[in-house]
Ligand binder design. Sequence first.
Ligand SMILES: C[S@@+](CC[C@H](N)C(=O)[O-])C[C@H]1O[C@@H](n2cnc3c(N)ncnc32)[C@H](O)[C@@H]1O
Length: 462
Amino acid sequence: MSTREDYGIGANRSLVSAELRHWIREVTGLLITDDNAAPVDLALRIQAEQLRLPPETLRARLLSGAIGAQGFIDEITTHESYFFRAREQMQLVVERIIPERLRRAPGRRVRVLSLPCARGEEPYSLAILCEEAGLPPTLVEIVGGDIAHGCIESASAGVFGPLALRRTDPARAKRWFRPCAGQALCLDPGIVGRVGFRRVNLLRDAERLLRGPFDVVFCENLLIYFDAANVDRALAVIGRLLAEDGWLFVDHAEWNLPRQRFEMQELDGRVGFRPRRSAGADAGHGAERADSAGGLSASPPPPAAPIPPSGRTPPRPAPSSRLTAPPSRREPGRTAGAQASDAGRQRQLRQAEADYAAKRFTEALLGFEQVLRRSPDLPEALLGKARLLADCGEDIEALEALESLVAGAAGSRQVQADALGLMAVLLHKKGLRDLAAQYLRRVALLDPAHPSLRLLGRRADG
Ligand SMILES: C[S@@+](CC[C@H](N)C(=O)[O-])C[C@H]1O[C@@H](n2cnc3c(N)ncnc32)[C@H](O)[C@@H]1O
């Protein structure tokens, strides 16, 4: 059985030292463990290449403060997001919470903060819902903040790739986006103008740079990457940014986290958090139902939320059965039900591949993700998703999918060769030629006629 070290991005000795992990945790809050060190290692190599420095020198300069950290922070943060990701919470805010607050304090603008906002998908989704609900910018202010400078630049431009709309209703997409250059989609300028963006670090300068109080804060899919101490620091900051009777929303995988400082409440069947009224209040014991956006009544505790992980890459479910070829006849010891479910997965996979071939990227991504939810290590699905991400310019996400494929050393010879070949092409594109050449040598062993060798071969040999 091959190990991650044999195949992964970390095939070269990892540059992610204990000092660097400590530094990242202090500066960003992100917890880096052995499980999620490989993308950090890659980020360091990419930035070093861009700066024409040996990676060890870049690391030393980052640690000593001799070089600005922003470029590296942009590289190591995961900006995965899409429009209407937290659709139900957003609908609750736009249809119930904002109107009630406007009724209670007529003439006062309701303020909503999306932190982190990635490339703007979340605050723009809120802006679209407000626009559709007839809530003008004079009544609702929307602010987006993120630690990554590149995210803020990209968000301000309001231009998105097709994957950002993978969960957007087509009629809505047609109404608010128009095709611009290549596959890019430009958001309606009226919506772009509704959101103010700011580069902020939640743990360091959010209170200074963002003027509170906000009526609603969305802090989705960030706390999950922090350890307990930084979760607490982050929640303390959010508590100070939030109005006393405000609402905090986090992803359902993070529901366990705010309970020390916030009360979990149910409103119209959705879960949100509100600042605790007294410091001595009991923490983490079930939800109270809000019978209006303010009043409370007791309700039974919510179903146990999953325990959040503590690394950059949320853990995958335990590996399930691999599917490298459709079963041709009943295998001994396997039930007919299991075989039928394998056949169903194969059908989904083929459909996703057909969608990808026809450039129906949104449908293809949904298909691959559906298959991967049931079989997280399925090599063909990981490869399909990685190809699609690479085609849409999401190179780092593509490399992450490929890395887990080659680390598992699963799949046919051809799948491994294709995965290694695509890794080589992406690494080469990022300027990491030596690393790309190492992968190409592996491709040559598996498939001497592989197209990636023709594409990059001469450079790899030289
Ligand atoms: C996975 S995205 C989540 C975006 C969006 N909230 C969502 O749920 O789709 C995580 C974002 O957190 C940002 N981030 C990481 N550390 C941060 C910090 N200390 N302060 C502010 N943003 C941070 C990253 O740059 C990245 O864009």
